[in-house]
Ligand binder design. Sequence first.
Ligand SMILES: *Cc1c(COP(=O)(O)O)cnc(C)c1O
Length: 465
Amino acid sequence: MKFKTVIEPFKIYATQSIPLLTSEERTRALRDAGYNLFALDADRVTIDLLTDSGTGAMSSRQWAAMMDADESYAGSRSFHDFADCVRDITGFSEIIPTHQGRAAEKILFATLLNAGDVVPNNTHFDTTRANIEYQGAVAVDLVRKEGLDPAVEAPFKGDMDVEALKACIAEHGKERIPLVMMTITNNSGGGQPVSLENLRQVSAICRESGIPFFLDACRFAENAWFIREREEGQSGRTPKEIAKDVFALADGCTMSAKKDGLANMGGFLAMNDKELARQCRNLLILTEGFPTYGGLAGRDLAAVAQGLKEVLDEEYLRYRIGSTAYVGNSLTEAGVPIVRPPGGHAVYIDAKALLPHIPPHQYPAQALATALYLSGGVRGCEIGSVMFGKKSPDGGEIPAPMELVRLAIPRRTYTQSHMDYVIEVILEVVKRAETLQGLRIVEEAPWLRHFTARFEPVRRTSTRA
Ligand SMILES: *Cc1c(COP(=O)(O)O)cnc(C)c1O
């Protein structure tokens, strides 16, 4: 290409103003929120990078499709458009709409799992892990070891360690492993992609053992782009061809359409096994709704169907992955430790490397996330011991393997100047990193505590008056 600037491949058609706050307003808001960024009202946030889930801008074509949707209870045209579109990309025959990704997980796991079962994954996402544990089963993370080292540069750090998978199957027996999952891209492991080659290997192991293989496919299009850019022999292919190859290796998938569905709400469960699908639909009727809408309005189904077409567009994906890399590479050039290389949907700052003076039980990534908010109203998300710390038998806490602050970039929502501002805020905080202090939890829930926990700063009595 002639020019190096990757421009947003869209122009802005409707705008929303964003809140610009004083430092005092932010300090007060954070204190009221118990130092939990999930508890902040959005009107207290200037640039919201809490999540890329359902927070993107829809296209004019998606809005148009919503206006023309069919709200019939059973067998609506919007359902058939949606199911055709999902079938076209995934190749799976049974398409079950759900209101979001975790509903698909809940239904699949409630149908397949028994207490004591084991579910391997490269890295389970928080809702996936929680839904497995809720069934009394065990969620095992088997990402290759490079995936746990933020500094290592490797093209496919989301790959599963296939030897570890074989060992896991040998240890527990295939009877105790009702399915193997792979998360593409690996959200909790830095948004790192999974290679087609690795998916082939995992698929082959599963087929040999007779274990169903499911994808957690939330970012299948971003993953397809990485395969095209980084994997040998894939460069001339379209993202859709690659995505189809990926889905063909699996027996089914769970999907949050709030990610690569480019929609604000929606998800689905898809598979080839008709009998399993029948059982899942029975549960769907109990908890989500009739099988042709599954907790969604017809207009939501229409938005997802159109979004799934747009997400595989090459210019969109070039911009999407390029703009995330722009933020990540700018931080690397400025010496900020991040998970390398930058992921697809997010940049992950390595708080363990940046704040060695804050021990894991004082949540360095939470400390950094709150500091970014106080400095410039930037809201990120802790992915560390608050989210993934485990209780140890002695009442203490086993820390998570990594302490990351995820800056997730909503799709088609912010411009490059917004991102330049974010970079400036981060560099301002990094300059005074050694003055940041840890936090302690004063209130927490038994599951997914990161959503509702309240914190208090830990005062450093020895160095401060
Ligand atoms: C978001 C996400 C989910 C859950 O989807 P929701 O729509 O938020 O319920 C599951 N897995 C991964 C990898 C995700 O990113």
